[in-house]
Design a protein around this ligand. Structure first.
Ligand code: CNA
Length: 296
């Protein structure tokens, strides 16, 4: 008969129990996975928060459905809404949050294996998280390419067009120049595929920050860490759980806060900044984080 009993990972399955685990084990291969929720306190709306999220506020673009703004077919047909939105969200107008600086401190302390972000706001770069520690899974505004001939353009070239309310058109052909952010149905960057192969199997703590964990393949990265790796969610709502009968029997992946035999998944529900400041305090670098936030 197959033995299905799971090993006990945390003696005390709570936030404080996890802190004790981090302090007592040599946890140095932390992966952080983030979504739009880490940037809302900077003033950038997320997609799905009711009322304030972008999807609730896209009526002015007269889209067939909210996701259309990031769909290639719609973009080729009518690129204007995307560029109007890009102007509103353009990097340069926003400052990183305490949560971004927490991640930078993890890197400086040699505890961060990698930060995977779904965000396209480049606030990780602004916060000083080193390029080699960063995977921008959904691309970035940093560069752009002509959708026809693939000629590359700099952020500054594209920005000037966008801020003059012009659609950026390639100088070599009639193609539109699209910032290198990943639209629905497009491939994720090579760096993403390359890094996930080697990172997740060595991860000793996964921290998920400010994501609804609904966009694939990003969401299922939570299943790539070893079964012995604790997973901490810091988010306003509990997300990432597989629902239904499958999850009751431990199948189907996802986070397992509510499974009776869970001994590794912790949900800390609240704001990312608050959660990260608390985590830093408990781990003994709260003052350093506050200093960094006030200086930047
Ligand atoms: P989402 O689906 O909008 O989910 C955001 C999640 O964060 C929700 O569960 C919220 O409850 C939670 N949340 C919001 N604010 C906070 C906060 N201050 N503290 C804690 N939790 C909070 O966003 P996802 O990132 O999960 O969805 C993936 C999309 C969103 C990616 O493709 C991104 O490119 C895209 N996006 C990015 C940005 C950005 O770059 N800042 C902005 C909007 C959307």
């Amino acid at each position: 008969k197959e033995e299905r009993e799971k090993p006990k990972i945390l003696d005390d399955v709570s936030f404080d129990g996890l802190i004790n685990h981090i302090k007592s084990k040599d946890v140095t291969k932390i992966i952080t996975m983030a979504g739009a929720g880490i940037s809302t306190s900077a003033g950038i709306p997320d997609f799905r928060s009711p009322g304030s999220g972008l999807y609730d506020n896209l009526q002015k673009y007269e889209l067939p459905h909210p996701q259309a703004i990031f769909e290639l077919d719609f973009f080729f047909d009518n690129p204007k809404p995307f560029f109007v939105l890009a102007k509103e969200l353009y990097p340069g107008s926003f400052k990183p949050t305490p949560c971004h600086y927490f991640i930078r401190l993890l890197a400086e302390k040699g505890k961060l294996l990698r930060h995977y972000t779904q965000n396209i706001d480049t606030l990780e770069r602004v916060a000083g998280i080193p390029d080699e520690k960063l995977v921008e899974a959904h691309g970035t505004f940093h560069t752009g390419h002509c959708v026809l001939c693939r000629k590359e353009y700099t952020q500054n070239w594209i920005k000037e067009k966008i801020f003059n309310d012009e659609i950026p058109i390639c100088t070599a052909c009639p193609g539109i120049v699209k910032p290198d952010i990943v639209f629905f149905g497009e491939n994720l960057p090579d760096k993403f595929h390359h890094c996930i192969q080697k990172d997740f199997k060595q991860c000793d703590l996964l921290i998920i920050l400010g994501s609804s964990l609904v966009v694939q393949p990003f969401a299922s990265l939570v299943d790539r860490v070893p079964h012995t790796c604790p997973r901490l969610l810091i988010n306003r709502e509990k997300v990432g759980q597989t629902s239904g009968i499958m999850s009751m029997f431990g199948f189907g992946g996802g986070l397992e806060f509510d499974n009776p035999d869970n001994s590794r998944d912790i949900a800390w529900l609240g704001d990312c900044d608050e959660g990260c400041i608390l985590l830093a305090e408990k781990l003994g670098f709260g003052e350093e984080l506050k200093k960094l936030i006030s200086e930047e």
